[in-house]
Each structure stands twice: as C-alpha cells, then as structure tokens.
Design a protein around this ligand. Sequence first.
Ligand SMILES: *Cc1c(COP(=O)(O)O)cnc(C)c1O
Length: 380
Amino acid sequence: MEFIDLAAQQQRIAGKLETNIRAVLGHGKYIMGPEVGHLERALAEYAGVKHAVGCASGTDALLMALMAYQTGPGDAVFTTPFTFIATAEVISLLGATPVFVDIEPETFNIDPKKLEQALDSVKKPLRGHAPLKPKAIIAVDLFGLMADYAAIGSFAEEHGLIVIEDAAQSFGAQVKDGKACACGNIACTSFFPAKPLGCYGDGGMCFTGDDGIAAVLRSIRVHGQGGHKYDNVRIGINGRLDTLQAAILLAKFEIFPEEMELRQEVAARYENLLSSIPGIKVPSVPSGFKSAWAQYSILARDEDHRALLMERLNRSGVPTAIYYPRPLHLQGAFEALGFRPEDFPISENAAGRIFSLPMHPYLKAEDQEKIADALNGEGK
Ligand SMILES: *Cc1c(COP(=O)(O)O)cnc(C)c1O
C-alpha cells in the first residue's frame, strides 16, 4: 500500500504526459516556455483569481509574496506554529519576525480569536524584545482545509495587515462559493510531488487579484527585472517555474477536478470506517467547507496510543507519517525567538497525538477496510 500513489495517477495520464514533455523537448524553451503561461491561465481560472505567477517552489511563492509587500527587519508576521517549516522560515529569511498564534483544536488552522492578543504582544513585547510593526498574517490551510478567512480578513482590515494564504496543501479546496488560492492579498501554493496538484520536482505558484502586485511578483521572480533583461529595478530571486514542470502539471490538471471528487469519496469512507473507533478522532470539516485532503490526519488519545496504533498499522503493511511532530516554536531554528514549551498548548497537544493515514484519489475501499481493521485491533 502506498501513502500517496503517484504511480496509479501516472498510468492514467501516461500518453498525455509523454506528449506534453515531448512538446517541450521539441520547442526547447526550457525557461519560461509557453506552457508556464498556459498553466498560469488555467489555474487562475480554476481558482477564480485574476493573476497567477508560477514559481520554483511553494517556499519561493511565500518568499515572493512577503517580498512583494516589502517585508523586512522590524516587521511582525503572524502565523501558526503547527505547519511546515517553510511558512515561518521565509519570514526569518527576510529579517522579519515570525509571531506565532495558536491553532483551533478542531481544524488545526490559526485561531482568529487569538490574533488580538498576539497583536498586543508585538506592540508591548515581553521578554526584552523590541516592539515590532504588525505587517502581515500568513494563514495556512493545513491538510487541505481552508483557514477562516472571513474572520482573518476582517481582523486584518481593521489593523491594516496584509493576508497571505499558504495554500500549499489546499489547491482544489473550497468554502461555499470561494476557492483556495483566492483568499487574502496573495495566495501561495506548492507543486511538490506529494501535494494535491504535484509536479515531478519542485514548483509553486502565487495568486493575486491585484494588477500591481502581480507585476511586482513577475519582476521578483526574475531577479527584480524591469523593462528588459539587464534592467534590475528591485532585489529579486531566480524563482521561475520550469517549463517541463508546467507541461507535466498541464497533463495532471486535466484529471485534477475528478481526483478532487475521488478524494472526497476516500475521506467519506474513512469517516464511516473510523469515527466509531474508541480513542480516535477523525478530522472535522466545518459546514460549507470542502477539504482538498492533502492529508488524512487523525488524533490518537495520547503519544503512547499513537505509537501503538502506528505500530499496528506498520505490522499490517500500512505506511503512516506524523505531520508535524514538533511545532515550529520549539524548533532549534527559532530558538532565538525565546519560546518555551506550553506557549502554544493546542499545537503541542496536536503534535503529540496526530498522525496521517494513506490518502490519495486511488486508495481502494478494501485497503481502507484493512486500515480500519488494524486500528481496531485494540483490546483484541
Ligand atoms: C509544502 C509546504 C510548503 C512549501 O512548499 P515547497 O514547494 O516544498 O517549497 C509551504 N507551506 C506548507 C504548509 C507546505 O505544506
């Protein structure tokens, strides 16, 4: 059994992949070839956003988003400690300061009710830190479930903050009539192979409805390019999406809407099979939300119970993973920020109990039954 079955997907679209890759080899425009623009237009239309700017990774998408709003030293960027390192890493890379805000226990996403207190803490800092200028919020759509952008957006508006949607895991997700990648000032996604829409290497994309910001992102992507190749108007990066990856993504995107529906079916089957198992908590999706199901993450009772369940699954040949075993405020990389255990108890509690089951559009019902049986082994 695969944790994410990319081979099953590849089999379905092998012909189209080959055609698209051969087309790139034929025209030879490996850097910013026509496929990049085609993909940008297709994904912008899907997400319902005016502009899409392909880039080299989800991490670069986040970095470019912060750069587009000139984020730097002295700026506070609010984000969740229960995410992949990249979300907060880019803040520090630019010399700004990540300010962590604990998550909601039900969704694992940033808790908008805790933003107020975080805002106060940067204006009147404890522990001998200098005051910071509140600049932006990076909300993460963890495991494919969109954050509460209605609440985040109104808080941001009230306090003049930029909102960045880290949609690395949520391309394809939805809330009522809005889609992931259409929230905030800029949304950022990733095409890392294991993401809901993944390529065969690294890739990412920024989305924005703002014409000016889109132009700035396009400039940052190519070393801060101005009117021509050797005119550099700002500091940028080499952040382009490879033409070959765009060609691969175009082939995958053809079946993506169908795959999103298959993911819903897989998640529904899991819920049926697992929700009555004692000590296990299945993911809860608030009403009106549709997750992209990048991961199917469940909670055990505690760390020992998790170890037991994972061992049982392992013995049955079922791969599992822990996203994420240590919240970012307790990572060595952020030691200088001076956080301590218990600063973000909801995140720490989740990190101690959570683990993820195989999740992909081609997961068979019989495999899911096998997973449920292994989890049910308790007490037998
Ligand atoms: C994967 C991921 C990223 C980074 O994307 P890359 O393409 O690997 O650079 C950022 N944020 C979150 C939440 C992610 O899951």
